[in-house]
Design a protein around this ligand. Sequence first.
Ligand SMILES: Cc1cc2nc3c(=O)[nH]c(=O)nc-3n(C[C@H](O)[C@H](O)[C@H](O)COP(=O)(O)OP(=O)(O)OC[C@H]3O[C@@H](n4cnc5c(N)ncnc54)[C@H](O)[C@@H]3O)c2cc1C
Length: 343
Amino acid sequence: MVSDEVSSVDFGTKTVTTKSKKSYPYTKLVLASGIPRHLPLPGFQDLSNIFLLRFVTDSRAIMAAVGEKNKKVVIVGSSFIGMEVGTALSRGNDVTIIDPLKAPLERVLGEEVVQDVATVDKATPSPSDPSKVGAVHLKDGTVLPADLVVLGVGVRPATDFLKDNPAISLETDGSLKTDESFALSRLGGDVFAIGDIATYPYHGPGSDHQKGTYVRIEHWDVAQNAGRRVAHTIVRSLAPSQPPKPKSFIPIFLSALGVQLRYCGNTAGGWDSLLLKGEPVNVKFAAYYCKGQTVVAVATVSMDPIMAKSAVLMHRGDMPSKKEIEDGVDVLAVLAVGWSKNK
Ligand SMILES: Cc1cc2nc3c(=O)[nH]c(=O)nc-3n(C[C@H](O)[C@H](O)[C@H](O)COP(=O)(O)OP(=O)(O)OC[C@H]3O[C@@H](n4cnc5c(N)ncnc54)[C@H](O)[C@@H]3O)c2cc1C
């Protein structure tokens, strides 16, 4: 283990150079970095009590700023990090969550599953201590007093050290486009990108089955699966008679939002209808996201086995259709092997 920061990569000589000017030759290189972005707006870079959440140290700093509670907390971003922090701090504090979307988690779950917010203009200092944040201003003129601000605005791939590298071109979001094996194909199969920085072809339900639909997914399970796949590819490449065969996986994530949300699949290829089963009013449901008759993603609350089983069925191409689920087919009763043949 080397405690240093990579500053550049020479893909020609196969050498990684770090900030402390050390060089490391490689045979195979796995790139795996991911860093949250700051809001490039006035006040957000220079005032204190404005936090990102990435490391345990960030979490401790937020808790120290909350202190004895009764704080005005403003959270920017209503996706997973913003909603999880909002849920955790809502007891005993006054929490406001800001996002231009119509509903929290809307991009992932859709409006029907989640049940208001505006865009941010700037942060201004506290009158009592000008070094600290005192308010967040929205573009519509609203001023939200704030003792502390948490930025849950997503991660920006930490690929600045590759920005001007002539051997590769970054995607517009700063990520690296890979093939099915998470390899950067222009670099001869020796360089891989995984996790939050990787845009890779997804072949699950609803995707372009031929070429794959390119996705970048910021979740643990995807980073871990990609890492396993790269390790497998590298090991198999040592036995040239058995060329590496990439194995696909269905993305999964879990989130603690007061209730436990489970999700599998992906909607990058789009979805046009939502089938809700269970008891949504009692916060116990399975939501099936469908594109035509294909179930492309499943979200559950208090029905975890349905998500787990759906992930297996999707992986094998055995997930029941929308109509079959509407007609009462129980996902838990479906045999994963042979189901599609009997349909
Ligand atoms: C607060 C929070 C909560 C989350 N909760 C969930 C959750 O509940 N479920 C879920 O599925 N996902 C969750 N995620 C997302 C998940 O953490 C990421 O998708 C996952 O960690 C991505 O793994 P990674 O290896 O790509 O990047 P990271 O885990 O970010 O690791 C990147 C590493 O690379 C290092 N690095 C960066 N640049 C350089 C450089 N130039 N040189 C050397 N090292 C460098 C960084 O210091 C870091 O150690 C959460 C993320 C956050 C921030």
